[in-house]
Write a new protein. Structure first.
Length: 315
């Protein structure tokens, strides 16, 4: 869905302007934001988050900027210089989440420009080769919370709220709840403390509304300047280091699922990380630049996995 001012008609057909490497570099290295702001206005883009990001159309000819609200099919993000190795970090976390089981966007590192590219799962190509939008709403929008209330400590949605909306709106609620539980444990083990309600969504496909692929997964805990508090509390635990078996039982009760589903998710995620961590790190190191952060992630994830495995056997 696209919104336009009264009296303004969207251009038929959608218009695009080809972008060369030099154009990409110019926009993403714009120190003061003037060029990137102009591009956003021309393209009618409004994207949230701390990273500089733009939507493009990508095909066999390369990248093209959508003009005047035309749809694109990829998002390109340039990491903030405040967070070293963010491309490698996010690429690793999304690849790990995919191995855990929940759907994730198809993502790549664009090494020439130190960009993170994510294919838009809420866009499809029709028979004519045109990009068609699929409607998506994040969990904050669905439960009626403004963006400023995306964290639980700011009166944002809780795990109970998220589970209830999946039961109410998803056409495949049982599977989506299972994926959501695994994603929750995956975020804990990967150190993603920014898994707030705007980073979960329902996408409307022809068969109905479903949990969207899990996006914006980053190991935030390797950056000391970022908060170490969970975006949504697990039981009574606000800090992941404080999670106990009792908190996992409370989480299951909050979400209205069997405790076995939560414990199985912990066992599944930790077992996969023990087995697959080296190969996942090696894979990402071969694809991205500025990968020194992967060493910190390796140490952190191993420590968190050991902690969560101890929680499983607590009396």
């Amino acid at each position: 869905m696209a919104l336009w001012p009264l009296g303004v008609t969207p251009p038929p057909p959608p218009q695009y302007r080809a972008y060369q490497d030099v154009d990409l570099e110019s926009v993403f290295t714009d120190a003061h934001g003037g060029r990137s702001t102009a591009v956003q206005l021309e393209s009618r883009q409004m994207l949230s988050g701390v990273q500089k990001k733009l939507v493009f159309r990508k095909d066999e000819n390369g990248y093209a900027l959508p003009l005047h609200g035309a749809p694109g099919n990829v998002i390109l993000k340039r990491p903030s210089s405040r967070y070293a190795g963010l491309v490698a970090n996010e690429l690793f976390c999304e690849r790990a989440m995919q191995v855990f089981g929940p759907p994730t966007p198809v993502s790549h590192a664009v090494r020439a420009h130190d960009l993170f590219e994510s294919e838009r799962y809420d866009r499809v190509m029709n028979a004519s080769g045109d990009i068609v939008r699929l409607h998506q709403e994040d969990f904050c929008q669905i439960v009626g919370r403004p963006p400023g209330r995306k964290y639980q400590q700011q009166d944002g949605p809780t795990f109970r709220d998220c589970a209830n909306l999946l039961r109410r709106y998803s056409v495949n609620a049982a599977e989506d709840l299972s994926h959501f539980v695994v994603a929750t444990i995956g975020n804990v083990c990967l150190g993603n403390m920014d898994a707030h309600a705007k980073n979960f969504a329902l996408v409307t496909r022809p068969e109905g509304r479903q949990l969207a692929p899990i996006y914006d997964v980053v190991c935030t805990e390797v950056y000391p300047q970022l908060a170490s508090e969970l975006s949504m509390f697990i039981g009574e635990a606000k800090n992941p280091a404080a999670i106990t078996r009792a908190d996992l039982l409370r989480l299951a009760k909050m979400m209205g699922v069997a405790s076995r589903l939560v414990f199985d998710a912990v066992e599944k995620v930790t077992t996969i990380l023990v087995a697959e961590l080296p190969s996942l790190l090696e894979q990402v190191a071969s694809e991205a630049d500025n990968t020194a952060i992967l060493g910190d992630i390796k140490v952190f994830v191993r420590q968190r996995v050991e902690k969560m495995q101890r929680v499983l056997v607590q009396a």
